[in-house]
Each structure stands twice: as C-alpha cells, then as structure tokens.
Design a protein around this ligand. Structure first.
Ligand code: SF4
Ligand code: SF4
Ligand code: SF4
Length: 337
C-alpha cells in the first residue's frame, strides 16, 4: 500500500460563505470587494476525499466561512474520522442545534470552538453584524458544554471595541461551564482591514487587555486560557502573562496548521492569502515540499535580523503582513512598516 504524506494539522475551509459579516473577519476573501460564492457541498466533499487520499492528517479543523452552512458536514466529519483524523469544528454557533451537536459527539469530534466576544449582547451583535447572534452563540456553547464538556472552546477576539469588557466576558464564559478559552488579539486581515481604525488595539490597550486576562486566569485555576495569535515579542512579552498559554508561529508546516480550501487551494495558514498550489493539480505533499515554497518562507524581515527572539517569535504574524502589504518578508503590521 502506498504511504500517505503525513501532516499534523490542517484547517479545512469548507466554504467561503458565512451568515455573519464580522467586522474583524480575517478571511482574505472577505474584504467586501467580491461577491462570495454560496456553499458547494459536492466540491467540498470531493476535495476532502482527495486530500485524505493524498495525506494522513492528524487533526482536521473544519472551518470557513461558516462550516455549518454545509448540509453534508456530518458526512464529511465521518469520512475524516474513518480516514484516521481527529476532527474539530470552528463555527460561529448560530446554526449549531442540539441534533448537530449530538451527531458530532457520536462521530467522536474532539472540540467545537465558538466565538463569544462580549458579555454585552449589543457589542457582540455589533461586531458580528448579525442581530441575535450573541443569544445563539451562547445557547450553542451551552449545548456543547452539556454534550462534550472537555471539547467546548470559547474564542474571545479582542478588539478596541470589546477590550474594556474582557474580564466580564471571561466571567460569563466561565459561568456557562466552558473551561477552554482561546484569546485572540485582533489580527489584521479581510474585513478587519476596512475597519482598522475602529478595531486596532494600540499597545497600551493591548497590554491592559492581556493584564486583565492574566488577572482573571489567576483567579480561575480551572480554566485553560491560550493566546491563539502570535504577537511580536518585542511589543508584548508573554513572560509577563504566565497564566496565558501561548503558541508561536513556525515556517515549518509540521508545526503549524496548513490551510486547504474547499476548492483545493493550499495556503501557509488560514490567515495567509497566498495560494501555494492546488491539490487537484498536484498532491499536497509535493506542494509543501517544493523548494520554492520553502524559500518563500525562509526570508527574514530586515527589522528582525539579529534579534535574539527570532527563532521563537518569527516576526509575529507575517500572514497579516501578506494581507496588508502583500509580502511575507515584513514583520507583523503591529510593528508598523
Ligand atoms: S469571523 Fe467567522 S463568523 Fe465572522 S464573518 Fe468571518 S467566517 Fe463568519
Ligand atoms: S523577531 Fe522581530 S518582531 Fe519578533 S521580537 Fe524580534 S524584532 Fe520583534
Ligand atoms: S502567520 Fe499568523 S495566522 Fe499564520 S500561523 Fe503564523 S501567527 Fe498564525
């Protein structure tokens, strides 16, 4: 039997469509300039099958757009499980009913992540641009907690708008019974580029928000809080926030999630707009092993050369630089051009 290429982690984008239009959405195709194609369940299923015949994938995170718009999402989850992958669902929660959660549980889905970005329904609904989304996201998270307590994850995206309410939001999340929270600072991209002035965190606000999260984490020992977006270490020293776990970006694809879209396009990660190849034209193993791909990501930003934190920090989120400046060779836009 032919050995499949091994990949630890893939974010599989089942569709570009979404029923929300979050002001902070990082999806590069969601910048308001192009109409977004409706979900295409057949193409999504065909691409997933191709992917899982080309590669053995440790964890597949079903994302989008909004993956619950796909009527065949459970079939795809089952197929992925049968091919040996762990499956996680990244959803806005508004379409996640009780039956859907029960089906995911029976398929052995490991985690369901849902954003809850404010304790104030008005702020949440304002940021998602969908009236009633707060109520639905809360209800969905409660369902997930009940059905799979260990697999319930809340996502708190911190922008200038909701930063002052971070502690109250975390408290609300805890009261729902959720014990895992991903705290993501606003990362520039997609629709967020249009709303930069409104959403961007100045350094003082960013540090205060992290200090608030840290203070909350100290009092909530039963919670696991992780910062999901790398921030330049010269701006935000993670050592000052020991109760917030952090992950670092890596140019080594075995140490970061690679993005694959429903059409088969492969990208560095889900924030990156640059397409490296398409799995319907070349196997994913060939695309990721291509020397031109390795060379593209080997470039060190000038501002970071000689920095003794480079091996860990890697210049912050350079996919955000790809979105804003069109290049991976500049460090995180938080550093300025
Ligand atoms: S952030 Fe997620 S929920 Fe919001 S518009 Fe983008 S894909 Fe949809
Ligand atoms: S690698 Fe670049 S962004 Fe990171 S700490 Fe060093 S200078 Fe700052
Ligand atoms: S480039 Fe940015 S979004 Fe992509 S893996 Fe690295 S930190 Fe995460």
């Amino acid at each position: 039997m032919k050995c499949r290429f091994q990949i630890g982690n893939i974010v599989y984008e089942l569709t570009g469509a979404c029923n929300q239009c979050c002001r902070f959405c990082y999806n590069y195709w969601r910048d308001g300039s192009n109409p977004i194609a409706p979900p295409d369940p057949d193409t999504a299923r065909r691409t997933l099958r191709k992917l899982l015949f080309q590669a053995a994938v440790g964890t597949l995170s079903f994302s989008g757009g909004e993956p619950m718009l796909l009527k065949n999402i459970h079939d795809m989850a089952m197929f992925a499980r049968l091919r040996g992958s762990q499956v996680n669902i990244l959803t806005n929660g508004t379409l996640l009913g009780e039956d859907a959660v029960a089906n995911f549980v029976s398929l052995g889905v490991g985690a369901i992540q849902i954003p809850l970005i404010s304790a104030d329904s008005g702020i949440h609904d304002y940021l998602t641009s969908l009236p009633g989304s707060w109520e639905k996201a809360r209800a969905a998270l409660s369902r997930v907690v009940k059905a799979m307590p260990q697999g319930a994850y809340a996502v708190l995206v911190i922008t200038k708008v909701n930063a002052p309410g971070v502690t109250a939001t975390l408290q609300m999340i805890r009261e729902l019974g959720v014990r895992n929270v991903m705290v993501n600072r606003f990362n520039i991209g997609g629709m967020g580029i249009r709303n930069l002035d409104e959403l961007s965190l100045d350094l003082t606000t960013l540090k205060q928000a992290f200090a608030d999260v840290e203070a909350f984490a100290v009092t909530a020992g039963d919670m696991h809080i992780v910062s999901g977006v790398c921030t330049p270490a010269c701006l935000l020293d993670q050592a000052e926030y020991p109760h917030i776990a952090s992950s670092w970006c890596s140019t080594d694809f075995s140490r970061r999630p690679v993005a694959v879209s429903w059409t088969g396009d492969v990208r560095f990660c889900n924030h990156s707009p640059h397409v490296l190849g398409n799995i319907h034209e070349r196997p994913i193993g060939e695309i990721l092993s291509d020397p031109a791909v390795t060379a593209r990501y080997a470039v060190i930003p000038e501002k970071c050369s000689g920095c003794n934190r480079l091996s860990k920090c890697n210049g912050g989120c350079r996919a955000a630089s790809e979105q804003l400046y069109g290049t991976f060779s500049l460090p995180d836009p938080l550093l300025g051009e």
